[in-house]
Ligand binder design. Structure first.
Ligand code: IMP
Ligand code: MG
Length: 178
Protein backbone atom coordinates (compact mmCIF):
# COMPACT_ATOMS: atom_id res chain seq x y z
CA UNK A 1 0.00 0.00 0.00
CA UNK A 2 1.88 3.04 -1.24
CA UNK A 3 -1.01 5.48 -1.08
CA UNK A 4 -3.79 5.67 1.46
CA UNK A 5 -6.54 8.02 2.52
CA UNK A 6 -7.14 8.93 6.12
CA UNK A 7 -10.39 10.86 6.50
CA UNK A 8 -10.21 13.71 3.97
CA UNK A 9 -6.45 13.57 3.29
CA UNK A 10 -4.17 11.58 0.99
CA UNK A 11 -0.92 10.12 2.31
CA UNK A 12 1.95 8.22 0.70
CA UNK A 13 4.28 5.64 2.22
CA UNK A 14 7.21 7.36 3.96
CA UNK A 15 8.91 4.90 6.34
CA UNK A 16 8.28 1.14 6.26
CA UNK A 17 7.84 -0.77 9.52
CA UNK A 18 11.11 -2.64 9.02
CA UNK A 19 13.14 0.60 8.95
CA UNK A 20 11.31 1.94 11.99
CA UNK A 21 12.03 -1.19 13.96
CA UNK A 22 15.72 -1.22 13.00
CA UNK A 23 15.90 2.32 14.37
CA UNK A 24 14.10 1.29 17.56
CA UNK A 25 16.66 -1.50 18.04
CA UNK A 26 19.44 1.11 18.01
CA UNK A 27 17.64 3.17 20.66
CA UNK A 28 17.20 0.01 22.75
CA UNK A 29 20.91 -0.81 22.41
CA UNK A 30 21.80 2.66 23.69
CA UNK A 31 19.41 2.49 26.63
CA UNK A 32 20.57 -1.03 27.55
CA UNK A 33 24.15 0.27 27.72
CA UNK A 34 23.47 3.58 29.46
CA UNK A 35 20.79 2.57 31.97
CA UNK A 36 22.04 -0.82 33.19
CA UNK A 37 22.01 -0.91 36.99
CA UNK A 38 20.01 2.35 37.24
CA UNK A 39 16.56 0.70 37.36
CA UNK A 40 14.94 3.52 35.36
CA UNK A 41 11.25 4.42 35.31
CA UNK A 42 9.98 4.76 31.73
CA UNK A 43 7.17 7.28 31.39
CA UNK A 44 5.23 6.65 28.18
CA UNK A 45 3.33 9.64 26.83
CA UNK A 46 -0.07 8.45 25.61
CA UNK A 47 -1.61 8.00 23.20
CA UNK A 48 0.85 8.23 20.31
CA UNK A 49 3.80 6.45 21.91
CA UNK A 50 2.07 3.13 22.59
CA UNK A 51 3.45 1.27 19.57
CA UNK A 52 6.99 2.64 19.95
CA UNK A 53 6.89 1.81 23.65
CA UNK A 54 5.82 -1.77 23.04
CA UNK A 55 8.58 -2.42 20.47
CA UNK A 56 11.20 -0.64 22.60
CA UNK A 57 10.41 -2.47 25.84
CA UNK A 58 10.58 -5.91 24.20
CA UNK A 59 14.18 -5.06 23.29
CA UNK A 60 15.31 -3.93 26.76
CA UNK A 61 17.18 -6.38 28.95
CA UNK A 62 17.66 -4.19 32.04
CA UNK A 63 15.67 -3.92 35.27
CA UNK A 64 13.12 -1.14 34.83
CA UNK A 65 9.60 0.08 35.56
CA UNK A 66 7.02 1.28 33.04
CA UNK A 67 4.21 3.76 33.54
CA UNK A 68 1.97 5.91 31.38
CA UNK A 69 0.86 9.53 31.41
CA UNK A 70 -1.51 11.50 29.25
CA UNK A 71 -0.87 15.12 28.40
CA UNK A 72 -3.79 17.11 27.10
CA UNK A 73 -3.49 20.53 25.60
CA UNK A 74 -6.21 23.06 25.11
CA UNK A 75 -6.63 26.80 24.74
CA UNK A 76 -7.13 28.42 28.09
CA UNK A 77 -9.81 31.01 28.59
CA UNK A 78 -7.07 33.03 30.25
CA UNK A 79 -4.52 35.06 28.39
CA UNK A 80 -1.82 32.57 29.36
CA UNK A 81 -2.65 30.73 26.13
CA UNK A 82 -1.99 27.02 25.86
CA UNK A 83 -2.48 25.03 29.08
CA UNK A 84 -1.53 21.40 29.48
CA UNK A 85 -2.70 18.97 32.09
CA UNK A 86 -1.01 15.76 33.16
CA UNK A 87 -3.13 12.76 34.07
CA UNK A 88 -2.07 9.84 36.14
CA UNK A 89 1.58 9.03 36.76
CA UNK A 90 0.27 7.32 39.90
CA UNK A 91 3.50 6.54 41.74
CA UNK A 92 6.54 8.17 43.30
CA UNK A 93 9.46 8.90 41.01
CA UNK A 94 11.44 10.72 43.69
CA UNK A 95 15.18 10.27 43.21
CA UNK A 96 14.60 7.92 40.28
CA UNK A 97 16.19 7.89 36.85
CA UNK A 98 13.35 8.63 34.48
CA UNK A 99 13.16 8.16 30.70
CA UNK A 100 10.34 9.87 28.77
CA UNK A 101 9.01 7.81 25.85
CA UNK A 102 7.40 10.04 23.18
CA UNK A 103 6.03 9.41 19.70
CA UNK A 104 7.29 12.59 18.06
CA UNK A 105 8.95 15.87 19.00
CA UNK A 106 7.77 18.69 16.77
CA UNK A 107 8.07 22.17 18.34
CA UNK A 108 9.21 20.51 21.56
CA UNK A 109 6.55 22.12 23.73
CA UNK A 110 4.97 18.90 25.00
CA UNK A 111 8.24 17.38 26.12
CA UNK A 112 9.35 20.70 27.64
CA UNK A 113 6.24 20.48 29.81
CA UNK A 114 6.83 16.83 30.70
CA UNK A 115 10.44 17.54 31.68
CA UNK A 116 9.42 20.30 34.08
CA UNK A 117 6.63 18.19 35.55
CA UNK A 118 8.83 15.13 36.19
CA UNK A 119 11.57 17.27 37.73
CA UNK A 120 9.00 18.88 40.03
CA UNK A 121 8.06 15.38 41.21
CA UNK A 122 11.65 14.93 42.34
CA UNK A 123 13.15 12.75 39.61
CA UNK A 124 16.93 12.49 40.00
CA UNK A 125 17.47 12.65 36.25
CA UNK A 126 15.13 12.82 33.25
CA UNK A 127 16.21 11.54 29.85
CA UNK A 128 14.17 11.76 26.64
CA UNK A 129 13.54 9.11 24.01
CA UNK A 130 11.44 9.76 20.93
CA UNK A 131 10.52 7.71 17.90
CA UNK A 132 10.51 10.71 15.54
CA UNK A 133 12.11 14.15 15.71
CA UNK A 134 11.54 17.11 13.39
CA UNK A 135 14.77 19.12 13.81
CA UNK A 136 13.50 21.94 11.58
CA UNK A 137 10.42 22.49 13.77
CA UNK A 138 12.17 22.26 17.17
CA UNK A 139 12.01 25.56 19.09
CA UNK A 140 13.90 24.68 22.29
CA UNK A 141 17.46 23.79 23.18
CA UNK A 142 17.18 20.93 25.67
CA UNK A 143 19.08 17.79 24.67
CA UNK A 144 17.11 14.84 23.25
CA UNK A 145 18.97 11.77 24.42
CA UNK A 146 17.56 9.06 22.14
CA UNK A 147 16.07 9.73 18.69
CA UNK A 148 15.07 6.75 16.56
CA UNK A 149 14.56 8.78 13.35
CA UNK A 150 14.91 12.39 12.24
CA UNK A 151 12.22 13.40 9.75
CA UNK A 152 11.28 16.33 7.56
CA UNK A 153 9.03 19.06 8.89
CA UNK A 154 5.92 17.41 7.43
CA UNK A 155 2.82 15.78 8.87
CA UNK A 156 2.99 11.99 9.29
CA UNK A 157 0.57 9.29 10.38
CA UNK A 158 0.85 5.64 11.45
CA UNK A 159 2.81 3.59 13.98
CA UNK A 160 0.83 5.15 16.82
CA UNK A 161 0.59 8.64 15.35
CA UNK A 162 -2.82 9.91 14.36
CA UNK A 163 -4.54 12.27 12.03
CA UNK A 164 -7.66 13.37 13.93
CA UNK A 165 -7.50 10.13 16.00
CA UNK A 166 -7.38 7.93 12.86
CA UNK A 167 -4.47 5.89 11.53
CA UNK A 168 -2.71 4.93 14.77
CA UNK A 169 -2.95 1.23 13.84
CA UNK A 170 -1.03 1.54 10.57
CA UNK A 171 2.20 -0.52 10.83
CA UNK A 172 4.09 1.79 8.43
CA UNK A 173 4.40 5.58 8.50
CA UNK A 174 2.78 7.73 5.83
CA UNK A 175 3.39 11.36 4.91
CA UNK A 176 0.81 13.91 3.82
CA UNK A 177 0.70 13.94 0.02
CA UNK A 178 -0.65 17.24 -1.31
P1 IMP B 1 5.15 19.40 20.07
O1 IMP B 1 4.63 19.73 21.44
O2 IMP B 1 5.02 20.55 19.12
O3 IMP B 1 6.55 18.85 20.08
O4 IMP B 1 4.18 18.34 19.44
C1 IMP B 1 4.08 17.14 19.94
C2 IMP B 1 2.75 16.44 19.72
O5 IMP B 1 2.07 16.87 18.53
C3 IMP B 1 3.10 14.99 19.53
O6 IMP B 1 3.13 14.33 20.76
C4 IMP B 1 2.01 14.54 18.60
O7 IMP B 1 0.90 14.12 19.36
C5 IMP B 1 1.63 15.74 17.78
N1 IMP B 1 2.32 15.75 16.46
C6 IMP B 1 3.35 16.53 16.06
N2 IMP B 1 3.71 16.26 14.80
C7 IMP B 1 2.88 15.28 14.38
C8 IMP B 1 2.75 14.57 13.11
O8 IMP B 1 3.49 14.77 12.14
N3 IMP B 1 1.77 13.62 13.08
C9 IMP B 1 0.95 13.34 14.13
N4 IMP B 1 1.05 13.98 15.31
C10 IMP B 1 2.00 14.95 15.44
MG1 MG C 1 1.66 12.88 21.38
Amino acid sequence: MNRINVLDKAFRLYIPQHDIENAIQKVADGINTDMRGKNPVFVVVLSGAFMFASELFKRLNIDCEICFVKLSSYESTHSTGNVKQVIGIGRSIENRNVVIVEDIIDTGQTVRYALDYLRQLGAADVKISTLFFKPKAFQYDYPIDYVAMNIENEFIVGYGLDYDQQGRNLPDVYILDE
